[in-house]
Design a protein around this ligand. Structure first.
Ligand code: HEC
Length: 97
């Protein structure tokens, strides 16, 4: 049987919206929400809310700076993010139209 490869190209840098949102939900939203669940915060720090794709797009440049470049976020690495998660989120931010 002849196997014909799918014509759809696969980009190694491709990250889905769902993947990006999942990373932010695990590592940022406990603080950066309208009603944070983190005990130290009553409201989103610096009013940066990161609950939806629209929120992420709005803050793309600062998220990139804080999470990929300076690694200041997540604050104190309290949520123990991996380098792979930082890179994945970074790729998604860079790919934004
Ligand atoms: C434990 C709580 C906490 C977590 C988790 C957290 N942050 Fe923050 N974040 C803060 C606080 C507090 C500040 C304000 C810091 C300051 O005043 O300099 C902040 C500030 C920011 C800012 C604004 C920085 C600026 O100088 O304008 C961005 C963007 C940001 N966080 C993104 C993220 C992202 C993305 C994640 C997840 C990868 C994340 N944060 C996780 C608490 C948190």
């Amino acid at each position: 049987m002849i196997f014909v490869a799918a014509a759809q190209p696969v980009y190694p840098g491709n990250t889905s919206d769902a993947e990006a949102l999942a990373i932010v939900r695990s590592h940022c939203v406990m603080c950066h929400a309208v009603k944070p669940t983190h005990e130290s915060f009553q409201e989103a720090p610096k009013n940066i809310i990161l609950e939806t794709i629209a929120d992420l797009k709005k803050h793309a440049a600062t998220i990139y700076a804080q999470t990929v470049q300076t690694k200041a976020m997540p604050l104190g690495d309290q949520t123990v993010i991996t380098d792979d998660e930082r890179a994945t989120l970074g790729r998604w931010l860079k790919e934004l139209p």
